[in-house]
Design a protein around this ligand. Structure first.
Ligand code: SER
Length: 340
């Protein structure tokens, strides 16, 4: 029996999954199959060929998918975000590390069985960084991929290690075997900044203060921001994040000089976000109530990232700066969503 070539998304019900499924189904070149602990939202469910409700940690489920489909491309989005992972580090390790390991093995087996490299897209994060102090953070400015990689969070440690695991599969897998087995997994990873979607709010992240502030204001609800006004990390609008994933997925292999790339779009302070939100939604009630511990995590993330490698190797060029993100993407879509 001929298996159908497909794109496979894990964590499909999450924020990135939502927008990515829309884009992949519009493109239509390959059927999309998805996996998540939860069923898909009814608004996107019709766009996928098949959804599996279950866990990446269930070997039988992955075996079944392997036997039915010929997976050419994987977007492995399933993860526990940074705040949640601090409360349950063992579960975070299981999902974020063991889950990724299971998916890399899955891709390796797929690649071995159909003979082509499986392009494996992995969302890493600014959480992979660990700035040693606010003074260093201020002086460092745009941080390069290989600097300051001493994360303080479980999630950041998980992401950094999985970037390395991916590089291992791509370049060195079973290097002592007589035949070459590496390269079956064509691992490509993006260190995402905080992401802001007009349609969904994240759950369990630490960069959530920005999307929470925007969505609360749009609904006329008060919001107490959990970081100081001067807290600064990079952010990006969701359509640019999904474009970046698709661009990296489509990039010619020989153009890629790294397996992990920084990307960024704008890097406002919490006060700058608040000011633009207040202008967009007059009457917004935003206060500050610092959670010193979550603030500590944000302080450990860089103020901005150097994404020149992504721009050079595969043409990263985000459409939305802070102002355009609000004027052209967030405000119109959020207004519609909450009026509807
Ligand atoms: N947005 C993520 C988080 O806050 C960072 O990757 O956990």
């Amino acid at each position: 029996m001929l298996r159908t070539p497909v794109v496979f998304l894990t964590g499909a019900s999450g924020e990135i999954g939502h927008t990515l499924i829309e884009r992949l189904s519009e493109d239509g070149s390959r059927p999309v199959i998805t996996l998540d602990l939860k069923p898909l939202d009814p608004s996107i469910a019709p766009r996928v060929a098949r959804h599996f409700t279950g866990s990446i940690l269930e070997p039988q489920l992955l075996e079944r998918i392997l036997s039915e489909f010929e997976v050419d491309q994987v977007f492995h989005l399933a993860a526990l975000l940074s705040t949640r992972s601090e409360f349950t580090p063992v579960t975070a390790h299981q999902v974020n590390v063991e889950g990724t390991m299971a998916m890399l093995e899955f891709a390796q087996k797929q690649g071995e069985s159909h003979g082509r490299p499986v392009v494996f897209l992995y969302p890493s994060s600014i959480a992979a960084y660990g700035m040693p102090g606010l003074d260093v953070k201020a002086k460092a400015g745009k941080v390069k991929e290989d600097d300051f990689t001493n994360p303080t969070t479980m999630y950041g440690c998980n992401k950094l290690y999985c970037e390395q695991l991916g590089r291992y599969y791509a370049r060195h897998y079973k290097q002592l075997a007589p035949e070459t087995l590496s390269g079956k997994v064509d691992f490509r990873s993006i260190r995402f900044p905080g992401l802001i979607s007009a349609f969904t709010v994240p759950s369990g992240g630490t960069s959530d203060f920005a999307p929470e502030m925007i969505h609360a204001a749009a609904q006329g609800k008060p919001y107490a921001c959990f970081v100081r006004p001067d807290a600064r990390i990079p952010f990006m609008a969701m359509p640019d994040a999904v474009d970046a994933l698709l661009q990296l997925a489509a990039a010619p292999r020989e153009k890629l000089t790294r397996t992990t790339y920084n990307i960024g779009a704008f890097a406002p302070s919490a006060a700058e976000i608040q000011a633009i939100v207040e202008k967009a939604f007059p009457g917004a009630e935003i206060t500050t109530k610092v959670d010193a511990k979550r603030q500590g995590i944000v302080d450990s993330w860089p103020a901005d990232v150097d994404d020149s490698a992504a721009r050079k190797d595969w043409g990263l060029s985000p459409r939305y700066d802070l102002d355009r993100a609000f004027q052209e993407y967030l405000i119109p879509n959020i207004r519609k969503a909450y009026q509807g």
